[in-house]
Each structure stands twice: as C-alpha cells, then as structure tokens.
Design a protein around this ligand. Structure first.
Ligand SMILES: [Zn+2]
Length: 96
C-alpha cells in the first residue's frame, strides 16, 4: 500500500500555486485543500467538483480559474429568488 502522506505531499508540491483542470475538461478550477484518505490534505477544486472521482484525474495548470462556482460568479439560488430564464409557476403548495 502506498504511503498516503507521501503521496499527498507530492501532490501538494506538484500543485503549488496552480489551478486545477479535471481530465480533459476546458474548465479551470481554483485550488483548495481537501481532506483525503487518513485525514491528509490534498489539492482539490475549491468547488469540490470531481474530487471524489479520482485525484489522479486532477492536473495542475497555471491559468486563471474559469469555473463559475470557484470564482463566485454562480451561487445556489436563495429561497424565493427568481432565477433568470425561468418562468414563475401559478401554483401554491395546496395545489401539489
Ligand atoms: Zn470549480
């Protein structure tokens, strides 16, 4: 079994100062550290996209992040907020 802490340290060194690309995606994610096996910290997309799949699919890139979640250009809709492009339904909970 590989030394998990040594593998995590190697990943942190490899990704130092980098953003992250997952597989061959065109989206660039900001980097954050996430807790991995045995509690070690490894680089991961700040939005946590794709991290659970396999850390070896993550590639360091030195480009500005384009992920809308990582850059804060997109956030979960708050209750009652009209989402652009969506129509309001004429219904109440009693109709359901
Ligand atoms: Zn992201």
């Amino acid at each position: 079994m590989p030394d998990v802490e040594a593998q995590a340290a190697a990943m942190r060194a490899q990704f130092q100062g980098a953003a992250i690309r997952i597989g061959d995606s065109h989206v660039i994610h900001a980097q954050d550290l996430c807790t991995w096996i045995a509690g070690v910290q490894v680089p991961a997309p700040a939005c946590h996209t794709g991290f659970a799949i396999s850390p070896d699919r993550l590639h360091p890139v030195w480009q500005d992040p384009t992920c809308q979640l990582c850059t804060g250009r997109r956030r979960p809709a708050e209750a009652g907020e009209q989402i652009t492009g969506q129509l309001t339904l004429d219904a109440t909970l009693e109709d359901v």
